[in-house]
Ligand binder design. Sequence first.
Ligand code: SF4
Length: 353
Amino acid sequence: MTVQLLGLTFEKLQNWLVQDLHQKPFRAKQLFTWLHFRRVTSFDQMTNLSLSFRNSLKSNTEITTAENAEEFESKDGTKKYLLQFHGGPAESVLIPDPPRFTACLSTQYGCRMGCKFCMTGKAGFHGNMSTAEIVAQLYTMASNSENRISNVVLMGMGEPMDNWDAVADALEIISDSRGICIGQRKITVSTVGVPGGIRKLIDMEKQYGLAVSLHSAIQKTRELIVPSAKAMSLHQLKKDMLEYTGTTGRRVTIEYCLIKGVNDSTDEASALAEYAKGIPCKINLLIYNPVPGLNWSGPSEEVINRFTNFLYPRCQAVTLRRSRGGQVAGACGQLGISVLNKERDPEKPDPDK
Ligand code: SF4
């Protein structure tokens, strides 16, 4: 079987080189540097490796790259990348907010959580991305950007906790100081709350950030927006968040997408304020982005103001985030259009073009 080199953590790479290719352990540092620091895509560029070692790598491994990377730029500078991997099409987004440049990565082809407001949820589940494919998204954007990518969020297509093993290795690789070296505190894992998922992040004993897509603090409303929430009560989710904040000493980000007539009432705001009480957190309010085929819409400015003004004095930190990348369907909940269309009709042009 061909080994996907980009998907091996330093430790796994070293073990594999020693055990399978009978190389000295120091070769791992050299190879890891070429792959993740210099980010070359050809073995011929690895000039400090012997020809026989390079030939051996050529015949046993490959360096995952995205084929036919297409780039769409929004007026606000946000770029969406449509990338082709062996597993299928994937979408990634680069959000400029100098000095911060944030890469939003996908972790699955589609998603099985089925969130009602989300195009990816609508696209259904078409498979997990490999560690190498998750990492390769970041490297494709890094090679296309003049600016150093400072932050990474796993908020693209897919539920990261539903593909945990691949995601955990990707986190380790992209935060490795021998590679692209994105600081652990600059990486955020987003989840809707999968039973046992937050526990796995805690067990890594690292400083990765956690964002929880809550969208309602009333169980019934939440299940309407996030059907997979039936498997996890709000009570359990709060317990897990508290365990995360207690163990890591970090605040959790609570994501709340305001949808007109669904979760934007004062009762909903009150339930959210009550729920957040005691959780060291920041509440991130987003406005629902219209997506084709879904008849929900964002609330009026008046309702948005009423909701935020209710929360401000009652919560530790509340931010209202205007979504970026709307014109290229790279905003929250809008990824996955390509999967949907390409699955149904491979010849159909990208509607975002
Ligand atoms: S919001 Fe996230 S978890 Fe929900 S369907 Fe979309 S990609 Fe999946």
